[in-house]
Design a protein around this ligand. Sequence first.
Ligand SMILES: [Fe+2]
Length: 509
Amino acid sequence: MKKKWNILVADDEAEVRTSLKESLEEIIACTVHTASDGIEAFDRVRSVPLDCCFVDLRMPRLDGLQLTEKIREYDNTVPVVIITGYASLDVAIDTMRRGASDFLIKPFSLKDVMVSFKKVTRERALLIENVFLKQEVEKKKDIERLNVELGHKIREVTQFKDVMQQFLSVRSNEELYRRILDMSAKITASGMVSLRVLDKEKDELEMFAAIPSKEEWAKKIPIDLDRWIADKVTKEGVILSTKEISVPSEIANLFAGDKEPPFLVSIPLKIKDKVVGVLNCAEKKDRGSYSDNDLRLLDFLSRKASLTIENLGLYESLSQHFFSTLYALVETIEARDPYTCEHSRRVTDLSIEIARAMRCSDNEVEILGFAGYLHDIGKIGIRDNILLKRSHLTDEEYDIIKLHPVIGSAIIGHVGSMHTGQAIIRHHHERWDGKGYPDGLKGESIPLLSRIMSVADAFDAMTSDRPYRNGSPGQEAIARIKQNAGKQFDRNVVDAFELVLKEMPGEPG
Ligand SMILES: [Fe+2]
């Protein structure tokens, strides 16, 4: 469908308005709106979407040039053609300067009007197209910029999340320090990272570790610079970089000549305003300097790390307190029963030796260290008249004694991360053939550390005096344990036990 134009003719001469309206509506598809003065004309501009305005220069209330300026302010794409009977160069220049698109000099022909109309409407179409294209380009640029910003944000949030997750499962300061080093190297793309941590006894920051190694770090970062910046960060408690602070001349002189001083960023790890560590990053891999984003991430990492150090300290002191209480309980139990004096310590020592002979991990040996000592802690819940009975136990009494592994594992269960130790204690009276207690577990379904402890426990019980029988001499005890390999005991554990006894000075074997 052909476009129907909307045209305004504003002229105080009714004759001009009428003849122009009739002529235009006859030769092109259009509606011509008319106005007899500037104010009326501007009302039309606001009420009809116009394609072109023919405006007389001299009109009452608002003249042609004032109207043109108002139209420009309202919609600067609507072309205005000024009609004037007083043509001069000055008028023409002034007309165009004030925003008119063309002008017609009275008297004019219909052909003049059409030439002007086509010219200004074509220019307008181009102008609109340009504006539209420009807006599109701007919009595209905006979207691209937003995309880049979004990408940065997503990366940053992912890195924050990574940092938090890395610290969640940390169980010791050592493990935490390693993760701080790895994380800071990764998130800032640093080729070199080092960490100094507070040695509480010396009250000094000692180098804990570095990436790629302490030796490489020392080769590239002079010790004087390293110590100086660690001291400064400790005093000021804020992130510092060697690019933004002036290094003392005696240190700066180390880099005289062509040698560039290394660009270091140092971050404090603080607990309640006390600096307990200093992390250094250097040699950013893209050779650029550290961005604000890098510093923000390092700050976040140091805060999270500081909090984790504090929590680990609290946890450690709580655990220590809890274990001291438990060890005191063990001593109380053993003090009640002179025949089992030091039994727990001996079972622990022997269990650890067997575990080492079986090439158990350091972590497993560590678990045996406390689980061995606490394996009979459940006896705290057994009445003295049964526990200390010198004659043989009745079935009912024996059933009560058999509760002690369950009671013991329940006591240990109050320490959050002691699940493994809990299971070891619960199953230290299970038998390889499934005839043990409390759960009747069989073979390898019994935790290995429980199988180890079971042999050590049996040997110590046989070689110590018990209220209900006399202790067997060493050789006899060994023979009985060997006889029960594959029945009561795991054969591999018995082999390791034999090996341990053979190597033990002064032991039967
Ligand atoms: Fe026991």
